[in-house]
Structure formats: structure tokens, C-alpha cells
Design a protein. Sequence first.
Length: 286
Amino acid sequence: MKKWVIVTILLCLLLPYKAFADAAVGEMIVTLGENLTKEQKSMLLSEMKAPDDVEVLTVTNAEEHEYLGDYIASRLIGTKAISSSAITLEEKGTGIKLESKNINWVTDEMYINALATAGVKDATVYVTAPIPVSGTAALTGVIKAYEISSDKTIPEDVKQAANEEMVKTAKLGDEIGTEEASALVTKIKEEMAENPPTTTEEVRQVVESSANELGVVLNEDQKQSLIDLFNKLKELNIDWNAVGDQLTAAKDKLSNFLESEEGQSFLDKLKEVFNSLIDAIKSFFN
């Protein structure tokens, strides 16, 4: 067989996989919502500092409903895809770094936690929209871009679990505070990395001990919601050590929060609640 025929065959075999696979460290991939106007797309690409030849993926509203429909009301997802993102692969050991703009419900730490759960590694992520949005739909695009840039397929059940985690953490943040909710989920993951639970009861112990250590008071519904979530994650055979390695930014935020005036104020208020409770119990028995 002639050499040029062999070369042609090899190229035909390789080309279908060449488009996005094996993106080099430092190379950016962008996702844009399908319903953005031409002007909005141009504005966001400029905001992301995307190079002229950047690979652009489109995220549809149907995809958003596919991954969020079980965890959040359809009316909150809406009928238009506008959330957008840029992801850049970094050197091994970098962890996940994330910055967002015009996102008013999901915090940076919530994204980082969910992305780590999904298996995203060593990447710089930028999430944005032309107008303020909740940010729930953006995770779909980031994961889609990561799969293509890293040439790795993330199982569908893991993607679903990551989206569920993000939504549940955001909802918990509405009830106990976004900083407290993000800190608690980060702490639970740290504990699971150190001592992976094998039973539902052990998951409960991790959730309760993490909450107690941070001084976060959960009602029974909140506690059960976290137990159900992490029990589901436990069944997915997630590498918790790898997850923990990606949470450097979230852990730093946790430490900074606990050392901050706001964090200390939260702990002081918690002590006051317990002291009042103890006084009430004493009064009752007296």
C-alpha cells in the first residue's frame, strides 16, 4: 500500500477527534448561551479577553432544563440560555479558580464545589451573563467545555449530582447564609476525603460533625437534605481525595471567613444563642 494512502487513512481516523481534544495548558474554550444577541456575544467575548480564534460552544435552554429540571422550578430556569463561561486548563496541582460577574444566587465557592464533584480539575473558570441572573444554568456550559478541552467524558449521573449539589447549596444559603452554606459543604467534603463514609449513618455523622465544628445550626429538613445529597454522591464512587485537592480556593475562603469580623460575629451570636438556651433550661428547672 502506498505511503500516501496510509497517511490518508490515518488522518481520517484521527481528524474527527482532533477538533477540541487535548487542549494545551493555557488554552481557552468559551461557552455562550444560544439566545444571546450578536452584540451580547461580542461584549462577553471581549469581557472574557478571549482570543480571536477561541473555540466557542453553544449551550441551549434545553440542555439547561435537562440538568436542572429535577432540582429547580422550570420557571426559574426560564426559556432562554444566556449564561456564558470561559474555561482555561492550568498546570497540574493548580486546583479550580473561579470568578463570576452578574451572578446573583450561586456563589463562586458553590461553583467550585460542584465542579470538583463533577471531576473538573486544574482550571481557571469565568462565569458571566449580560444581565444579572441566578447562575444555575452556567454549570452546564462549564462542564461541557471542560469535557471537550480535557478530552474526558463525565458520567451523566455525576453531572446531575453536581447540579443538584449546586442548587441545594444555594437554597441552603438562602436559609442559613451563603457563606455558612458554602463553608459547610466544603467542610463536609474535607471530612469525606479524610474518612470516606461507607454507610448512610456515617454520612449523617460527617454532616453533623461538620456542622457542629463550624457552629452551623441545621434544622432536621436541612440536615436530611445534605445527608441525602452526600449519600447519593457516596454511591457514585467519587474520588474524594481528588475533590479535596481541587478545593484550595474554597478552603481559603472558608478560613478567611472564619477569621473575618463577619465570621467571628457569627460565632459570637451562636455562643449567645447557646448561653440563652442554657439559661432558659436552668430557669425551667429552678
